[in-house]
Structures are given as C-alpha cells and as structure tokens.
Ligand binder design. Structure first.
Ligand code: SF4
Length: 337
C-alpha cells in the first residue's frame, strides 16, 4: 500500500545530509550508512534492494528492509510505483541475508520499515519470525513499520494483528485513497468503502498505530464533492491516529494518465485541490487524529491535530481561498511523489 510513498528526499526535506569530510563518530556513521543504503536503492543495480524503493515520508530516517518485492494487488490506476515489478515474497534465506547486510551498515538502527508495497501480505508466522529476528539483531530498535493493503488486513485475524503488535510491529500504513464507492471502483482499489472501514477499524482495535492516506483529486472535477464527503465519512469511521492527504500526480505509467489524455478525467487546479481538502476536513469527526498534507505532492503543507485544531486549519485554508493567494502554494514544478 504505497500511498504516501517517497522514493527520495523531496525539495522540502529538512533532513541533514552527512558530508564525507565530516569527522565520523558512531552516530554520524549510522546516518551515513542510512544515506548510503538509500543511495543504493535509487539505482536498480543494487543487490540489497530490487528496483526503486518506496516508503512513507515519516519513515525517512528508517532503515528500509525489502521483505517482499512489488505489490500483490498492483492494480490501482493512479499508482505506477510497482508496475515494473513482479510480486514475490522473499525467501527466508534472502531475508536473513538482507538483515545481515543491514546490520553491517546500520547496527544502531532504531527504526525499520518493511517494504515493498504490501509486506503485510506475508504469512503471520513469517512476519513474527522477521520481527523477532530484527529485535534480536538490532539492540536499539524501537519501532517497526509496514504497509498493509486493506485485503491483507482483512485476511488477518484480530489475534494475528495483536500478536504482530506484541512482537514489536508498531505502525501500519493503509492507503484509503477515497471513501467513495464509485471512485474506489474506478481506480480498481479492490475493496468497497465498507471493507476499507472494516480493515481500518480492525487495525485500530489491534492496538497498532494506524496511519491512513487519502488522495486529493482522485475523483477529478466531476466527483470532487462526492470524494470529499465520502472520504470524510470513511476517515471518521476509522478514526485513525494519523491521516495524510496526498494530491494526485500523474505518472505516465499510471493507467489513470490515459483517462486524462482522453479527456474523460479532469484534474483539479491547485485552488480546487485546496477547496477539496477544506470540504473533507470540515466534515471529519475524529478524535485526536494528526492530520498532515506535508507530502511533496501537495500544494500547501498543512498540519493539525483534529478536532482540536480543526477550526484553525479551516481558517488558514479559507484565507487562501478567499483571496486566491496562489503565491502561498507550492509551484507545480516543485511537486513530487
Ligand atoms: S495497493 Fe495500489 S496504491 Fe498500493 S502499492 Fe499496490 S497498486 Fe500501488
């Protein structure tokens, strides 16, 4: 479930780069190793990573371990990230090998993210063994994250999710994308809004931290209102700990691009995207949910805890919309996935 994905540091990243001329101590070395591994993953010639690696923006500082390759679903029409990868689960021998390599590069890793697209699809006994292995090999490890597709979540029992939590899985990233039945069907998400809610609630009830993403503009101009209203309903029903809004960006390999070229899908303008976020956020009824739109695809970075800061967030948006303050928005050329 790669929604909220980032393949490399975006223009808004504040993460410090480590210069090779810096004096190297243990902490800097660990930082360097993380960057080194990231650099390796950018090319497709790495033995450690197969193809480009995607992770949520909030996992920017994590060590990324690829226990699956690609996405089992791989059908979403807005997503191009794994279209060139044939899905497979890595063998236990391969997992042992990458863990050994990772330990060599970053023995002090505190956060690990399990990639690729829906690593939760791996059978629970194997995932439990992976978690035990990681906590055994990385003494400073304190958090493990994973992408989980709705179908994979639904395929696990509540007891399995709770057991994963007990073995140190901490945060699960779920791409909700939209709450509209028509839109989920049109983009081939493979689940209904009701199933999405069921999956999200199941994660919340397991004790895992849940981070959901929705995609602004996914209904185009025609379904913008429906997208905002129905997504607010689904997000409210799930009531996740974190909710991130990305904005639809077209990659040539994403099937939805063909709809745009044919003229039967109209992208939102930057101000329309902001208005859609406003509509969505204004209707959300969540408890203590951290809302963010700080992904590089968005026109305006926003951050608020809902409902506490809901009104302030809406006022910020209203001020921009009322005065067409496009200068406050990220230029198109700065946006990125
Ligand atoms: S589930 Fe859909 S959005 Fe997520 S990685 Fe697979 S194809 Fe992409």
């Amino acid at each position: 479930m790669v929604c909220g994905q980032t393949v490399s540091e975006g223009p808004f990243s504040t993460r410090a780069r480590v210069k090779t001329e810096d004096r190297i101590d243990a902490e800097v070395l660990a930082e360097y190793n993380r960057d080194y591994m990231k650099a390796r993953c950018k090319g497709n010639d790495s033995m450690f990573y197969e193809g480009a690696i995607y992770r949520p923006p909030s996992e920017a500082g994590s060590l990324i371990l690829q226990i699956t390759v690609g996405c089992r679903h791989n059908a979403c029409t807005f997503c191009s990230v794994f279209k060139d990868k044939r899905f497979r689960i890595k063998s236990w021998e391969e997992i042992l090998e990458i863990v050994a390599q990772a330990k060599e590069y970053d023995p002090a890793a505190e956060r690990i993210f399990l990639a690729d697209g829906d690593a939760l699809t791996v059978d629970t006994p194997i995932l439990l063994a992976v978690l035990d292995l990681l906590y055994g090999e990385f003494p400073r490890l304190r958090r493990v994250g994973i992408y989980g597709g709705p179908k994979d979540i639904l395929a696990k029992t509540p007891a399995e999710l709770a057991e994963l939590k007990a073995h140190g899985l901490d945060i699960l990233y779920l791409g909700v994308e939209s709450g509209s039945e028509r839109i989920l069907k049109a983009v081939h998400k493979g689940v209904t809004p009701a199933e999405m809610v069921e999956a999200g609630k199941k994660v919340m009830e397991s004790g895992l931290t849940l981070s959901c993403t929705v995609i602004v503009g996914l209904g185009g101009k025609a379904l913008s209102q429906e997208h905002a209203l129905e997504t607010a309903k689904v997000a409210s029903a799930i009531n996740p700990h974190y909710l991130a809004a990305l904005t639809l960006m077209l990659e040539p390999a994403a099937p939805i691009s063909r709809r745009v070229q044919r003229g039967d899908f109209q992208l939102l303008t930057p101000l329309e995207s902001l208005a859609e976020i406003r509509e969505m956020v204004s209707r959300m009824q969540v408890e203590n949910c951290v809302f963010r739109s700080n992904h590089a695809s968005n026109y305006l970075p926003l951050a608020a805890t809902l409902p506490q800061e809901q009104d302030a967030l809406l006022r910020t948006i209203d001020e921009i919309l009322a005065h067409n303050r496009t200068e406050r928005l990220r230029p198109e050329s700065w946006r990125a996935l």
